[in-house]
Structure formats: C-alpha cells, structure tokens
Design a protein around this ligand. Structure first.
Ligand code: NAD
Length: 245
C-alpha cells in the first residue's frame, strides 16, 4: 500500500488535531493547517518524535487567497494530497431574528465556502491519480437543526449536500467523498457552553457521555483507509446515539 498524504484543516486543536494524530499513526504523511503556525508546529514535532511524518502550512479559510497558497506549499513539501479532511469551522451563534448578515455570511464563508475551495485544490490530482478520500466534518445539528445556530447549521447541512453531490461527480475517478457528523464532543468549541446546557444535552445522549476528539478521529481514519473504498456519499454519525438518521 503506497504512503498517502493527508491535509487536515483546523489541525491545531480539538477534533482536527486528533484526526492528524490518528492519520499519522496509521502511516500517512500529514499536513497540518490552520491560521497560526505555533500550535501546529508543536503537534508536528510530537508526530515526528513518535516516528511519523508531518508538515505545517498556514491557511485562513476566511481569506480565499490563502487557500491556493497553502495547498501549493503543502504539495511542494509533501507531494500531491490523497486525503483531505475539511475540519476547520467557527460558530457565531444568535437567534436568526437578530443575526447580522455579516455573521451569517462569515460562518458560511469559512465553514462551507472554505471547505469547497479546499476541495477544488485537491480534485485535479486525485482525479489524475484515480484515488482520493475527501472527508467533510459536518455536525449532528446539520441533520436536526438547532435554535440559535441558523448560520452554523446551514453551513453543516450544506456540507452534507456538497458531500453527496461531489460523491456522484467523483465516483468514476475512484475518489470517495463522505461526511462525519459528530454529536456533542469535548473540545474548546463546547467547553464554552454553560453547565446546565451541557447537562441537558447529556440527558439526551443514549451513551450518556460526551464524545472525545479521538472518537471522531477513528471514524475519519476509517473513511480515509483503503478498506473504506466502497463507501461514498455517506454521513457517518459519531454522536453516542443522539440522532439516529
Ligand atoms: P475547535 O474550535 O476546537 O477547533 C477548530 C479548528 O479550526 C481550530 O484549529 C481553529 O484554528 C481552526 N479554524 C477556525 N477558523 C479557521 C479559519 N478561518 N481558517 C483556518 N482554520 C480555522 O473545534 P472542534 O470542536 O475541534 O471542531 C472541529 C470540527 O468538528 C468543526 O467542523 C466543528 O464544526 C465540528 N463539530 C464539533 C462538535 C463538537 O461538539 N465539538 C460537534 C459537531 C461538529
């Protein structure tokens, strides 16, 4: 099996970092991408000191020009990318009635537009090589909706539609495109929630615990593997049973 190169956005912490560690442990060369190099460098150093291969590139999904730059740098450091994990995302929560247009647009631009632009960067080489894995990190709320998150939910539901359309476009080239829909995962994104909100969500989770970044990374690692080659256009729930769609 040839060594693969994986590009992970938002790899500085949380789920993205866990995905990078899991893919590196499975033998992939990983490109860690986010806005600032410092935390990425620490993770890359950790991977290298454990026998893996890792490179760092800076990209800001809110700045479309930084995206082709980051991918060109990644390819020059590590060769063509065979695995793309679109993980980076932001929230700007608020009720729709008061939501500023700029906050709606910004979340869509980063979470959905940014993922699309990253996908465009990797498609030509994946099509040429007739092998590729694209994994978009959606969310359970993209499946169920969530009051106070119209912008974020629209971006996450949009990623599911994008995943299914691309899966159809790319299937003849042996490029699979799947989404992972995490539920309630213990990261900095959820650490800001008030204790009573966390408790209420926990009550609704059949497995009665929050997920870990490693729970999500295991699903991503599987979808990126050779063994997952007959799975495309799928949304893999990693949510402790919170939503069974
Ligand atoms: P996090 O906030 O801990 O990490 C987000 C990552 O994205 C960070 O590395 C950050 O630097 C990066 N990022 C943010 N804006 C960026 C930009 N403009 N350009 C480049 N990088 C940027 O989040 P997390 O909890 O690890 O979530 C990771 C993914 O999982 C996200 O797509 C999130 O929507 C999804 N998700 C998380 C949960 C959860 O409960 N934590 C649930 C469902 C889905």
């Amino acid at each position: 099996m040839p060594q693969r190169t994986a590009f992970i956005t938002g790899a500085s912490r949380g789920i993205g970092r866990a995905c990078a560690l899991a893919l590196a442990a499975s033998g992939a060369r990983v490109i860690l991408a986010a806005r600032h190099a410092q935390k990425l460098d620490e993770t890359a150093e950790w991977i290298r000191s454990n026998g893996g291969q890792a490179e760092v590139v800076c990209l800001d999904l809110a700045d479309p020009e930084s995206i082709p730059r980051a991918f060109a740098e990644a390819v020059s450091k590590a060769g063509p990318i065979q695995i793309l994990v679109n993980n980076a995302a932001i929230t700007k929560d608020g009720l729709a009635v008061r939501m500023k247009r700029a906050d709606f647009d910004h979340v869509l631009q980063v979470n959905l537009g940014g993922a699309f632009l990253c996908i465009q960067q990797v498609l030509p080489s994946m099509m040429r090589e007739r092998w590729g894995r694209i994994i978009n990190i959606s969310s359970v709320v993209g499946q169920t909706g969530n009051a106070g998150q119209a912008n974020y939910v629209a971006s996450k539901a949009g990623l599911i539609g994008l995943t299914k359309s691309l899966a159809q476009e790319m299937a003849s080239r042996n490029v699979t495109v799947n989404a992972v829909a995490p539920g309630f995962i213990d990261t900095e994104m959820t650490q800001v929630l008030p204790a009573e909100v966390k408790e209420r969500i926990l009550q609704q989770i059949p497995l009665k615990r929050m997920g870990t970044p490693e729970d999500v990374a295991a699903a991503v690692k599987f979808l990126a593997s050779e063994e997952a080659g007959y799975i495309t256009g799928h949304v893999l729930n990693v949510n402790g049973g919170l939503f069974m769609g």
